[in-house]
Design a protein around this ligand. Structure first.
Ligand code: ING
Ligand code: ZN
Length: 322
């Protein structure tokens, strides 16, 4: 964080820089922002949610949209995009009547870094780290014992937990944990969302340029409103995204487009919490870029933020229209 220049929205920032900026925004927009501490990580970092809302409240009781990012440590574009969305909302309230209207009707809850320990570990120790930093668990092998840390938080939610595309081996990148919601980070998100269930739930990941709809745990498994609600809205959202810079997104379930994987937060949000619109967005880039899919250049942060914001507005608009 540069005290003179301020927060760099076009750079990858540390957790501390991100949370310092959230506190600064709260000072700048005291009536529009509430900071909510929803829990701690294994290593006692704060899971800090920023509630952003308009100053006028035409509906009385508001609808809400949840956006989380950084559930996977190495997907750095996700926290950067979450911060950019917050920035666009706050600036838009003064300068853009469409954004102002959305904010007067909707409470936006943004958790920019859901896995703060993993995020810092990927910055300091291992750029390709994916999981959280839960203390090492040991597994006996034929001639030795191997101990590994970390649980894949996007396999730790209670939706067909431990059934597909996840591992019971603590050394694997998709280790699902010892039980559903075994981790403080997933528990905190569950507890908060059970008390504050939103009308839309969006989890930001990278990479692949895909807009994923529940359910991801099995091929050809869809909520009953998949064809009437979830998919048509996803197509409209990705069309708006495309119109800004021509960035193409595929739309479908993770199981149909990639692989089956159970315990995902978007599946749990739809299946268990009954959030009407639950999605997982795989941001830029499209391809591995010769093994560097997670290393999206910083010059793409702002364009990714802007095009993603176009799609978020479509979802928000649908909530208001209903
Ligand atoms: N991708 C998601 C993952 O958790 C996913 C996508 C979810 C695919 C559920 C299929 C089913 O594996 C990332 N970014 O890890
Ligand atoms: Zn991910």
């Amino acid at each position: 964080y540069n005290p003179v220049a301020g927060f760099a929205y076009d750079k990858y920032n540390s957790l501390e820089e991100i949370q310092t900026e959230m506190k600064r925004l709260k000072k700048e927009y005291p009536t529009m922002i509430t900071l909510i501490d929803i829990g701690q990580s294994h290593e006692n970092r704060t899971l800090l949610v920023m509630k952003i809302t308009g100053k006028r409240n035409p509906l009385g009781s508001k609808i809400s949209m949840w956006i989380d990012a950084g559930i996977h440590a190495r997907e750095w574009i996700a926290p950067a995009t979450a911060m950019y969305i917050a920035h666009e909302l706050l600036l838009g309230y003064e300068n853009d009547a469409t954004v102002a209207k959305l904010m007067d009707h909707i409470d936006f809850y943004i958790l920019p870094v859901m896995n703060p320990d993993g995020y810092e570990y990927s910055r300091e120790k291992n750029r390709m780290w994916r999981k959280n930093r839960s203390p090492a668990k040991c597994a006996r092998q034929t001639f030795s014992t191997v101990c590994c840390s970390g649980v894949d938080l996007n396999r730790n939610f209670d939706w067909f937990w431990a059934s597909t595309g996840s591992s019971s081996d603590p050394c694997h990148d998709t280790y699902h944990g010892s039980a559903a919601f075994s981790e403080p980070e997933s528990q905190a998100v569950r507890d908060f969302l059970e008390q504050n269930t939103p009308e839309a739930f969006i989890s930001l990941h990278s990479y692949s340029q895909m807009w994923l709809i529940p359910y991801g745990h099995r091929k050809q498994s869809y909520p009953q409103d998949y064809h009437t609600g979830l998919r048509p809205l996803a197509l409209r959202a990705t069309k708006a995204l495309y119109e800004l810079y021509g960035t193409k997104y595929q739309v479908g379930t993770g199981a149909d487009l990639m692989y089956e994987a159970s315990g995902g937060s978007h599946d749990w949000a739809k299946g268990q919490l009954k959030v009407p619109y639950a999605y997982l967005i795989e941001l830029r880039p499209k391809n591995t870029m010769m093994g560097h899919g997670f290393l999206l250049p910083e010059r793409e942060i702002v364009p990714t933020g802007l095009e993603t914001f176009e799609s978020i507005k479509v979802v928000a608009d649908e909530l208001v229209a209903q």
